[in-house]
Structures are given as C-alpha cells and as structure tokens.
Design a protein around this ligand. Structure first.
Ligand SMILES: [Cu+2]
Length: 269
C-alpha cells in the first residue's frame, strides 16, 4: 500500500534534467532499464513483505528433517536461483541499453553518419568543438535532430563528467584520455546538460545546453557560424603578437556563441 501511495509521485519524473523523461533512443534505453529495475525491485519488496508476514505466524516446531529440507530450499532458491535469474535478466535487458551508448556503426544511423563533437571540460565550463569545421562554442552544443552524435569527452584540468540526461548516458571527461558516448535527440529542442562529477567550487554552475535543430537549419547555422568565426579571427590574428593561450574564463574561445540563424529551436523544458 505504501508503494501504491508513492505512485502519484512518479509524475515528478519529468523535467529538464530527468533521465526518466528521454528524448532520444540512447536515453530511452537507459530509462527502460530503470523502469524494469524499479518494477522488479517493487516485486522483490512485496515478496519480502509477504515472507516476513508468513515468518511471524505461530507454527509448530520443525523436526530436524523438516529443518534440513527448509534450509536446503532457501540455499538453492535464495542463493542460486534468485541471483542467477537476476543477473541473467540484468544482462539481457542491460546489455542492449549499454550498446546504445556506444558509437557502434550502422545500428542507428538512419539520420546520416554520426556527427563527431568534442566536449572538453574546464574548471568550470564546457568547450564544445566541431573537429570537421573547427568551430568552438562555450557551454552550448548545437546538433541536428534525428542524427546520432558521437560526443568525445576530454578534460583540460580535473575529472569532469558530461551528462545530458534526456539524450543519453553519462561519461567522465578525464585528463589525458578521450572517451566516447553516443547521444541523439529525436526532436528539435533545447536539452540541459551538467557536469556530474564534483570538480571544484564552481561545479554546481558547470552546465551546458544542447540545441537540437532540424538538419537543414543545423547546416545553415554551421555555415554562418564558420563565416562569423573566420571574420572574428582575422582581426584578432592581426593584433596578436604571441602564441594564443587558453581562453580566459569570461570569454568564449574564438567562437560565436549564438548566431541568429540558430535561435528558433524551442525552449528548454
Ligand atoms: Cu563538475
């Protein structure tokens, strides 16, 4: 009854940072596993309640033979069958969900070849780099809706964790390593992301927004952003006399952050 009373609270599972409100196949696979685990855990909890009630019934004392038989049943049922079934079920349902988060070729590339984007963690902001175009954004990632995105995570200082709950799994950004997670947004919209690994005093404010756009709009934005970046870089290069260091915390790293062509993609939920 207590569990049933909590069911209305499940309405709170929706929201901009809820992994239970998926907006793409990668996040959907994770949510599916979560609901299976929730359902099975609820059944186990009910079973324990029933077993507890039965155990408290007044019963005649067991004979030694009955005691041995009961102990054997618990050993086989609770020690072998139950964990064996649970682990097998977890592998059957969990492994496909894990595969959804990996950059496997072919499986879900109906929207075209996966787009490679780099998410580079800094204290305390995200640098988003498009290797194909050289474009860089700050705390913002633009992607085409309906197309797989392979996010390569890295870090320039400490360990961060890249996570856009409604689009896919969480992945650490580790100094000296590059890890890859596949995201996808089924529909255009704005999806919030966070750093999910404590990385210092500014950690709580280390968020980003993923703007999923219609494919045509994304291409148009990319071309416009590249032109804007080139026009910005030209006078900068003329003024600079030394090598350019890393961008300071208050500036976007040589990148337009919000070209006008990419503004109408819907609001964050
Ligand atoms: Cu952090």
């Amino acid at each position: 009854m207590c569990a049933l009373a909590l069911l209305p609270g499940l309405g709170a599972c929706r929201g901009p940072l809820s992994a239970l409100d998926p907006a793409g196949p990668s996040a959907g696979a994770i949510a599916q596993v979560w609901w299976w685990m929730f359902g099975v855990a609820a059944l186990v909890w009910l079973g324990v309640c029933v077993a507890g009630a039965l155990a408290m019934r007044r019963r005649a004392a067991l004979t030694p033979a009955q005691h041995r038989r009961t102990a054997r049943r618990w050993l086989i049922g609770g020690g072998l069958l139950l964990p064996g079934t649970a682990i097998t079920a977890l592998l059957v349902f969990g492994s496909p969900a894990g595969l959804h988060q990996l950059p496997w070729p072919g499986a879900r590339d109906a929207g075209g070849a996966p787009l490679r984007v780099e998410a580079i963690g800094h204290q305390w902001w995200w640098e988003v780099h498009y290797p194909d175009s050289g474009l860089r954004l700050r705390n913002e990632m633009r992607i085409p809706a309906g197309r797989a995105i392979d996010v390569h995570t890295m870090s320039r200082d400490v360990i961060h964790s890249f996570w856009v709950p409604r689009l896919g799994g969480k992945l650490d950004a580790v100094p000296g390593r590059t890890l890859v997670v596949r995201l996808q947004a089924d529909r255009p919209g704005a999806y919030r992301g966070v750093c999910a690994e404590f990385c210092g005093t500014g950690h709580a404010h280390m968020g980003l927004v993923v703007q999923a756009m219609p494919a045509g709009d994304f291409e148009a934005w990319m071309q416009q952003a590249q032109k804007a970046q080139q026009s910005q870089q030209a006078p900068q290069q003329a003024q600079e006399t030394g090598p350019s260091g890393p961008p300071h915390a208050g500036a976007a790293p040589a990148a337009p952050t919000a070209p006008a062509a990419a503004s109408a993609t819907g609001g964050a939920r």
